[in-house]
Design a protein around this ligand. Sequence first.
Ligand code: FMN
Length: 260
Amino acid sequence: MIICFSGTGNTLAVARRLSEATGEHLYRIDSWQPKALPELAEGERLGFVFPVYGWDMPRVVKAFLKKVALPKTSADTYIYMVCTCGDDIGHTDRLFQKALARHGLQATSLWSVLMPDTYIALPGFDIDNSEETADKLREASRRVDAIAESVRLKKTQVVDVKNGAFAWTKTHVLGWFFDRFLVKEKKFRLSPKCIGCGKCAQACPLDNIAIGADQKPKWQGHCTGCLACFHACPVHAIDYGRFTKNKGQYRPKEFLPHTK
Ligand SMILES: Cc1cc2nc3c(=O)[nH]c(=O)nc-3n(C[C@H](O)[C@H](O)[C@H](O)COP(=O)(O)O)c2cc1C
């Protein structure tokens, strides 16, 4: 089983490739309400695949790991993590292991995969240009194939993550500040350019946007800050805080390009 959360779709493309390679079911975290998970079949792996937001797991992933009853595992269940990031992950891997430890579990292998950046809400942050995006996707495709092979063979003790410089400070100082002050759904602003197409609601992975009688989006109070709605708007009518006016919009690929 692959338990996956994805905001704009980068992580979903990675999880799809892993699911193809292992033949294992992709279970998406698509709500804050924990649902019962199916049991693992004999020998089935348990994978967790999610993006890094603010050098940590997305809020909804943290809530999921806190609340949900994970499927029963045995001593030889292969448990792994793959996280995607635009640059580096800080100590996300350690926080993930801590969250799993509360279930009495430990991942035996952990990877991070560099994908196109989707964070645009602060000055100095923007999406990658088209060349960088293509390069990242090509490299990610190769890397995820290699990861999928390791997962298929159940290779243990692989820790291949990009923590980056000042990893502890990024996660525990900047990340804390980020989560406390910068992930706030009241930061969304809608400009009169909105054409009421509802693409933002369709893009929201948590079904957190309702379209009102006036055809305009209304955020419902359970945002995890992924910015998928910002990126999906065809007329750039959604802003998030003061700094997203002239920022690029990332249109994710459903699948990673095949390199072979
Ligand atoms: C709110 C937010 C915070 C992010 N924080 C980080 C970060 O701390 N480090 C990093 O390398 N990338 C960061 N990114 C980039 C994403 O991790 C990366 O683009 C990821 O592949 C997005 O996956 P998704 O499309 O499944 O959401 C952030 C993106 C968003 C939207």
